[in-house]
Ligand binder design. Structure first.
Ligand SMILES: Cc1cc2nc3c(=O)[nH]c(=O)nc-3n(C[C@H](O)[C@H](O)[C@H](O)COP(=O)(O)O)c2cc1C
Length: 343
């Protein structure tokens, strides 16, 4: 789209975080309405009705400033956050880097956000759509698990679903929660909470890292299957580096993440035997890649970096392309394509 290529050259002239702030303000100012729904694409996942399977990944609208404006761009759902119990400013700047030649981003933001109270208040005032809340732990917290339990209770009446983010590489020690013993303690506490309080009936998902090792991944999947967790999101950013031009520290997203996150998605679908819904994230910047995620086990997909490089026309392009792929492959509904490439 001509409009976005002009806007993009302007935005890319600024530091990435400044450009992000400008984008949020533009979204607040301009009322776009481009909601997309189609019988082949609308789906019921985790008991929720999605107009289409394409969602905005966490990190873009951290503080729930524009949740409905995002849906109006054409997304089927949006995930706000990561939000932590107390507000925190995150790591020192600069902390977001565009890798223009690789269609990628490295970020080490470190959960900069306005905290549970402010974000919930804002969400309560303007929530009209399907909005997930991604929760995290404060950097200085003495009990990470307790921060998640507090978050589930706090947002259970406001969010459409909750994502437990234990996979950010930018909070020291957070990813240790993916290791077998810690993961069991986290799941036990969530199970107990769900059992003891009837108000907590919303879907609870866990977002995992693409860097998790094979043994931890297999045991994590087994544990999830015997718990009350409703779904998994695969994946967050990676700390691994392939042929990347930047040496900045942080989580890598975008095109270089596509293969590694899709391989992990395939494994998770296999280990969970298709029994729980998965959201595929990482490097989606075309309908073809979105469809690849679906065929590798995703019931829904999310994206962030693709939006930065390609602009909002990408959302429509993916949804239209998905309809074509589904029809071409002779499926009657998108759900029939989920996992068909998993052996
Ligand atoms: C600038 C930036 C900030 C992010 N912040 C968060 C976050 O707060 N919580 C989270 O779970 N993921 C966060 N992510 C990760 C994305 O949600 C997503 O998992 C990852 O970027 C892979 O998708 P993509 O390749 O489409 O960007 C962030 C990503 C970027 C680029």
């Amino acid at each position: 789209m001509f409009f976005y290529s002009v806007l993009k050259s302007l935005l890319f002239y600024f530091d990435a975080e400044v450009a992000h702030r400008i984008t949020i303000n533009l979204l607040k100012a301009y009322k776009i309405k481009n909601n997309i729904s189609h019988p082949l694409l609308s789906c019921n996942v985790f008991g929720l009705n999605f107009a289409n399977p394409v969602g905005l990944a966490a990190g873009f609208d951290k503080n729930s400033e524009v949740p409905n404006n995002i849906i109006n761009l054409g997304f089927g759902f949006s995930e706000i956050g990561t939000v932590t119990p107390l507000p925190q400013s995150g790591n020192s700047k600069p902390r977001v880097f565009r890798l223009k030649n690789e269609d990628a981003i490295i970020n080490r933001l470190g959960f900069n956000n306005e905290g549970f109270e402010v974000v919930k208040d804002r969400l309560c005032k303007n929530k009209k759509n399907l909005i997930g809340v991604n929760i995290g732990a404060n950097k200085n917290s003495e009990d990470f698990i307790n921060d998640y339990i507090t978050g589930i209770k706090f947002f259970s009446s406001t969010a459409s679903y909750i994502t437990i983010n234990i996979s950010s590489p930018n909070t020291p020690g957070l990813r240790n929660l993916e290791a077998a013993d810690n993961f069991s303690s986290l799941l036990d506490k969530i199970d107990q909470l769900k059992k003891n309080s009837s108000e907590i009936s919303l879907p609870i998902l866990i977002k995992i890292s693409p860097d998790i090792n094979h043994d931890d991944l297999e045991s994590l999947c087994e544990k999830v299957l015997s718990s009350s967790i409703d779904g998994l999101i695969i994946s967050n950013t990676t700390i691994s580096r392939y042929s990347i031009s930047s040496e900045e520290k942080g989580g890598l997203s975008g095109e270089p993440l596509f293969d590694i996150s899709t391989r992990k998605l395939n494994k998770v679908y296999k280990y969970t035997r298709g029994k729980i819904p998965l959201i595929g994230v990482g490097g989606v910047d075309s309908a073809e890649k979105a469809y690849k995620k679906i065929k590798n086990g995703a019931s829904l997909i999310q994206l962030y970096t693709g939006l930065v490089y390609k602009g909002p026309r990408l959302i429509n392009e993916i949804n239209r392309g998905l309809i074509e792929f589904i029809e071409k492959d002779g499926f009657k509904h998108i759900s029939e394509a989920v996992g068909v490439e998993v052996n």
